[in-house]
Design a protein around this ligand. Structure first.
Ligand code: HEM
Length: 430
């Protein structure tokens, strides 16, 4: 591709599938991982800042307003520098790969799709709950949760790793932090899943994607509004109380804003860590040498290994930005208003940034992966918490079931979350 080439100018060229890899095709995201990775490798080599046509999608077919093609960034350095340059690449015009109904964005995306100063102010309201120090204080609780989850496994029965393990610890932590009563937690997590896996047949069950999304949003907002009402009257030390009682420039957050933040935290705090655990369980099963390394010194090696779990899994695959002015990325001319999509799985396999990126290496250091984003103001708020959860879960599993094996995963289809909905496991006690 020629240097400085802008986006194609004719409508026909803008709408043509990219000749190196057409990542806007829905079918692309249903292909097996190795095929997607090979396509990203081709893009990194031949067209690292590629023009891609309007993404296909279930929501698109339902008449959502379309905003056209976009630039796809596949190299580590480009993803990192765009993430760290919010002046030129804003989030406030939307962060999803596909176009989505505005109501959905308003109700679910919260701070992800805000720019400073509002972003910093709202994120600041709860960021103190997620600092490494605060998370260390939560660690005992997370470890207790992990122990309980592993205690309740029955080696005599083959079970599903996702429902039996991966799903449970994140659910217990984030729902407790938010202050959701025990009896409502499972149900709310089901609807949080539907938000990001709504294109998956498991959730659709013959229904329209917008109907599934609408139902999930309605239930989550209702739950948040009810809880917020209770916390207004009887504050506790949970995150919802903090949001209800916080003020920015002398004004409280609106009920809908609190609900959107609640939805974001429920989704971000559940799916991501869960899918990372499932991908890591598969990786440890398929790479027994790496498992053996961990078993030699689990406590000492897990803090390094969990970074590799996240790089390997990269459960969040895409976020997008919008150029605020005419600019350039790696010599391509990006015009003001054009969308720029960050492809984290590609950046995390970039041979210019990682030695042997296709090798699962639990001792990899340094490991400055993009799993939690490329840095900058939106860098994952929950990263310290996710790492504590992963250490706790795998610490327990390696101790109690060092020979655990997992079978073939059932994958969630979509372009946002690289998820696993089922993963048969066989347990064999130590
Ligand atoms: C392995 C687990 C996780 C992964 C891979 C992950 C990944 C990400 C990514 C890629 C972003 C966007 C970064 C960017 O735009 O620069 C993000 C943002 C975010 N994550 Fe996570 N996440 C994980 C766990 C969590 C957990 C446990 C929470 C806790 C509630 C959480 C809460 C958030 C929030 C609130 C944001 C939005 C931050 C902002 O816009 O300022 N995440 N995460």
């Amino acid at each position: 591709m020629t240097e400085h080439a802008p986006a194609p100018s004719s409508a026909a060229a803008r709408d043509a599938p990219n000749p190196v890899a057409d990542i806007s095709a829905q079918a692309f995201w249903a292909r097996p991982r190795p095929e997607r990775e090979a396509a990203f490798a081709r893009l990194r080599a031949e067209d690292p800042v590629s023009w891609q046509r309007q993404p296909e999608g279930l929501l698109v077919e339902l008449g959502v307003e379309l905003t056209g093609g976009y630039w796809a960034l596949t190299r580590y350095d480009d993803i990192r520098s765009v993430s760290r340059n919010p002046q030129d690449f804003r989030s406030g015009d939307g962060v999803m790969f596909e176009d989505a109904p505005q109501e959905f964005l308003d109700m679910a995306i919260s701070i992800l799709a805000m720019d400073d100063p509002r972003h910093a102010a709202v994120r600041g309201l709860i960021s103190s709950a997620f600092t490494p120090k605060q998370v260390r204080a939560l660690e005992d609780g997370v470890r207790r949760d992990a122990r309980q989850v592993v205690d309740e496994l029955d080696p005599a029965e083959s079970d599903d790793f996702v429902t039996g393990v991966a799903k449970r610890v994140p659910l217990m932590t984030i729902m407790r932090m938010l202050g959701v009563p025990e009896q409502d937690r499972e149900r709310l997590v089901y609807y949080s899943d539907a938000m990001v896996s709504g294109a998956d047949p498991d959730y659709l069950q013959g229904r329209e994607p917008l109907a599934v999304l609408g139902e999930a949003l309605w239930i989550l907002h209702q739950a948040s509004t009810d809880l917020a009402e209770q916390r207004r009257k009887h504050p506790t030390d949970d995150l919802l109380s903090a949001l209800v009682h916080a003020q920015i420039d002398g004004e409280s957050l609106r009920t809908e804003e609190i609900a959107a933040f609640f939805v974001l935290l429920s989704v971000a705090g559940n799916d991501t860590t869960r899918h990372t655990s499932s991908h890591a369980a598969i990786a440890l099963d398929r790479h027994p040498d790496q498992r053996a390394l961990l078993l030699e010194d689990p406590e000492g090696r897990l803090p390094v290994a969990v970074e590799e779990f996240v790089r390997w899994a990269t459960p969040v695959m895409t976020f997008r930005r919008t150029a605020t002015r005419d600019t350039e990325i790696r010599g391509r001319a990006v015009a003001a208003g054009e969308k720029v999509v960050l492809l984290y799985p590609s950046g995390n396999r970039d041979e210019a940034a990682f030695e042997h990126p296709d090798r699962f290496d639990v001792l990899r250091t340094p490991n400055r992966h993009l799993g939690f984003g490329g840095g900058g103001p939106h860098y994952c708020l929950g990263a310290p918490l996710a790492k504590v959860q992963l250490r706790a879960v795998f610490g327990e599993l390696l101790d109690r079931y060092p020979r655990m094996s997992v079978g073939e995963p059932r994958l969630v289809v979509g372009n946002f979350v690289d998820g696993i909905s089922r993963l048969p496991m066989e347990l064999e006690p130590a």
